[in-house]
Design a protein around this ligand. Structure first.
Ligand code: SF4
Length: 361
């Protein structure tokens, strides 16, 4: 038991801002310290974002991607993968079904697939927002500022774009042809445009150090994100990192708990990736700071082909089954599934107003 560790927890209790060395101390907790860290993260979660668990239904509408990220099964160099794209009408039909199941947020996610023009996605967002009472998160990768702007005007509420790693050299080595600076610029544009901004990072990437993870947390704080997805790196056999060791559930949970101390107001998901390497991973995450679960509402026939990493859970389940299953284990933890859109509790987003300008038809 280290004095510096408990002094750091005290700083959190006093509402002081944690510095780099404090975060490093927390990440290096021993088993006993970790229990206290998790307990504090859980109580901060309760105090700031409450007891309810928000469900976000993910629609994985295309597994095509122009990028070649070394860790990702969707990379363009993966010739083993059978590719698919859903037509806007099909995406709308899935959105209707998910809204009917009670999802208050839908996440439209794909690889970086320019087959969908800016206008096509804008019209899709607009139609969903006109017809269904849902918040929309877009997660379609890096695009131009004008694209983000049009989608926001069409009604998109949130944008999720993980920075993946805050080490600029590691970033470019893992995501050839792209830069951390470009990614962060995109996140800043999203902020300017009034999105609720989501980012996040992987834990256990080859070449990552505890200091890199501290940088990840500091970057998330600097960006003042409304959501942070923190999940383990899981090596995919169809990528150049097939033989790299993956991230552990233990370290991922620890980073998540520290993230709750650093980002008390943020929505933090219990990630599917964590649930894929530890059968109880999502439940453990909800007990150490997380307050969001993101069930897949993509029809089962497409799910197997959207494998950024292997052995993803819930590949065979249809959306209605997933919903009931998640609700069941959330309640078994003594928590309740939230209703409504689940916007960020931060002041500007509690009752968000969309820009006046509507998308042209
Ligand atoms: S991580 Fe994203 S951008 Fe990179 S290859 Fe995968 S889907 Fe494409």
């Amino acid at each position: 038991m280290r004095k510096e560790f408990y002094n750091t927890l005290r700083l959190v209790a006093w509402g002081r801002e944690l510095k780099r060395e404090h975060l490093l101390t927390l990440l290096q907790a021993d088993d006993e310290e970790e229990r206290d860290l998790f307990s504090l993260a859980d109580s901060i979660r309760d105090r700031y974002v409450g007891d309810k668990v928000h469900l976000r239904g993910i629609i994985e509408f295309s597994n095509h991607c122009r990028q070649d990220c070394l860790y990702c099964g969707l990379r363009r160099g993966n010739t083993w993968l059978a590719r698919y794209r859903l037509e806007p009408g099909e995406i709308l039909a899935i959105a209707r079904r998910a809204a009917g199941l009670g999802y208050g947020t839908l996440v439209l996610q794909s690889g970086e697939d320019n087959w969908y023009s800016t206008q096509t996605l804008a019209e899709l967002v607009y139609r969903i927002k006109q017809e269904l009472d849902v918040a929309i998160t877009l997660s379609v990768g890096e695009r131009e500022r004008a694209d983000y702007k049009l989608w926001r005007e069409a009604g998109a509420d949130r944008y999720l774009m993980k920075h993946e790693t805050a080490d600029p050299y590691l970033f470019t080595s893992l995501r050839p042809g792209t830069t951390l600076a470009g990614r962060v610029q995109g996140l800043r544009w999203l902020r300017e445009l009034g999105y609720q901004v989501g980012s996040g990072n992987m834990v256990g990437l080859p070449g990552q150090t505890p200091e890199t993870l501290v940088d990840d947390l500091l970057l998330l704080r600097e960006l003042d994100v409304e959501m942070a997805g923190i999940g383990p790196f899981i090596p995919n056999g169809q990528t150049p990192l097939a033989d790299a060791p993956g991230g552990t559930a233990a370290l991922t949970l620890r980073v998540l708990a520290v993230a709750r101390l650093v980002l008390p107001w943020a929505h933090l998901p219990a990630t599917t990736a964590l649930g894929s390497i530890d059968a109880e991973g999502r439940q453990k995450a909800l007990n150490c700071g997380a307050n969001v679960v993101m069930p897949n509402v993509t029809p089962a026939r497409y799910r197997e082909r959207y494998q950024i990493y292997p052995n993803k859970i819930c590949l065979q389940e249809e959306p209605d089954h997933c919903r009931g299953c998640v609700e069941g284990w959330v309640q078994a933890l003594g928590r309740e599934v939230a209703t409504g859109h689940g916007h960020s509790p931060k002041a500007p987003f509690r009752n968000p107003r969309l820009p006046e300008k509507a998308i042209p038809g």
